[in-house]
Design a protein around this ligand. Structure first.
Ligand code: NAP
Ligand code: MG
Length: 405
């Protein structure tokens, strides 16, 4: 069988630990036998980030902007212990944070649903995708402790030098605390466009919520920017695609999400997204089945797994043990990126391959072949716990048949 040819390279961002090992296996076992893989390769492993003073991360993000599609392996975000372990020159920043800032992107997380792995909410029969605005609010706050007898005011120095003041609180009877937060119209607009584009791409309805009844200027600004961009740029496209944009209050949306059957995108302000994405990931079941894609406001994509480098498994691997690590979210990062490349370059065979790779992966799990953590959650009557390489080979034996037929 002739291998599928690519025209534009895929930006490949390699990573760390167990996921770096799995990355190589996925390419060897599931991709290069079928595709004449063309990538623009960046090694984001911590050793190489340290050697290049993290320049490689910046270069890889710029390449993603240039070519439009990237696939990323999980990477270590160093802490003090990692600085010691890897003898780092500095405690380098989170690569995901750096890439997100350069791409001005929004992260969408979507679970893979598999028969036999039931979400904690039984009515969720379709995935719920969550998007988190990753700029500002309490994550870029300024906060102070305040003494009894103090008065706190909000002061804005205007471009003409005049001041606008508003009282926050008179701390007459007690010590207290005060916090200043901000956001940017530009950032909110980029977030809105990324969400609208993603919804059109996925052909799913978009929900957005804030607390505009209480926060009549701050949260209301989010609501207004979304509404304005929707009316001016997206309403017609949404109507044509048969999907909706729908705004409500955050507490209302939480109730609706729980009662829903899934199948929509939930856009969240920064804090809501931080909390709710963990809630959804837990309720859907497994980190090994959570995909993630970073989308820029002008439609550039970076696909990855939501989980980390699975350090504990890596240390076992280094001791020569066979690990049972779930490769599925990383496989879906590759299939997502290859499908997008196929769509942009008009290579139907590449999209067809991506579909089959995903179907073969799901079929393998639905036939009871899975990693140890997934098996512990699965309600299938017959299960076979396999090591990572066997898992990949089992997927390939199904993929081979699909590709041949
Ligand atoms: P993690 O790598 O996601 O692993 C946490 C635990 O979840 C694992 O020990 C394992 O549980 C389970 N798990 C996660 N993915 C799995 C998979 N594919 N198959 C089977 N089990 C899986 O998170 P972490 O241990 O907090 O972080 C490890 C490193 O990853 C850190 O250095 C962190 O900076 C980095 N990280 C990177 C990203 C990213 O690049 N996007 C995201 C998060 C974390 P058991 O041990 O019980 O089997
Ligand atoms: Mg969180």
């Amino acid at each position: 069988m002739a291998k599928i040819q690519m025209t534009t390279p895929l930006v490949e961002m390699d990573g760390d630990e167990m996921t770096r090992i799995i990355w190589k296996w996925i390419k060897e076992i599931l991709i290069t036998p079928y595709i004449d893989l063309k990538t623009d390769y960046y090694d984001l492993g911590l050793v190489h980030r340290n050697e290049t003073d993290d320049q490689v991360t910046i270069d890889s993000a710029n390449a993603a902007l240039k070519y439009g599609v990237a696939v990323k392996c999980a990477t270590i975000t160093p802490n003090a212990q990692r600085v010691e372990e890897y003898k780092l020159k500095e405690m380098w920043k989170s690569p995901n944070g750096t890439i997100r800032a350069i791409m001005d992107g929004t992260v969408f997380r979507k679970p893979i649903l598999v028969k036999g792995i039931t979400p904690y909410i039984p009515t969720w029969t379709k995935p719920i995708t969550i998007a988190r605005h990753a700029y500002g609010d309490i994550y870029k706050n300024t906060e102070l402790k305040v003494q009894k007898g103090a008065k706190a005011e909000l002061v804005v120095t205007n471009p003409d030098g005049t001041e606008t003041r508003a009282l926050i609180n008179d701390f007459k009877n007690s010590d207290g605390i005060v916090q200043g937060v901000h956001n940017l119209d530009n950032s909110i607009a980029s977030f809105a466009r990324a969400c609208f584009n993603y919804a059109l791409d996925a052909k799913e309805t978009l929900w957005f919520a804030s607390k505009d009844t209480i926060s009549k200027i701050y949260d209301h600004r989010f609501k207004d920017i979304f509404a304005e961009i929707y009316e001016n740029e997206y309403r017609q496209k949404f109507e044509k695609a048969g999907i909706e944009y729908f705004y409500t209050l955050i507490d209302d949306v939480v109730a609706r999400v729980i009662r829903s059957e899934g199948g929509f995108i939930w856009a969240c302000k920064n804090y809501d997204g931080d909390v709710m994405s963990d809630m959804l990931a837990t309720a859907f079941g497994s980190l090994g089945l959570m995909t993630s894609v970073l989308v820029s406001p002008d439609g550039k994509y970076e696909y990855e797994a939501a989980h980390g480098t699975v350090t504990r498994h890596y240390y076992n691997y280094l001791k020569g043990e066979k690990t049972s690590t779930n490769p599925i979210a990383t496989i879906f990062a590759w299939s997502g990126a290859l499908r997008k490349r196929g769509e942009l370059d008009n290579i139907p065979a590449l999209c067809d391959y991506a579909d089959k790779l995903e179907r073969a992966s799901i079929k393998t799990m639905e036939e009871g072949i899975m990693d140890k953590n997934l098996a512990a959650m699965s309600k299938l009557p017959e299960k076979r716990v396999v090591d990572t390489e066997t898992f990949l080979n089992e997927i390939n034996s199904r993929l081979e048949k699909m590709m041949a037929g």
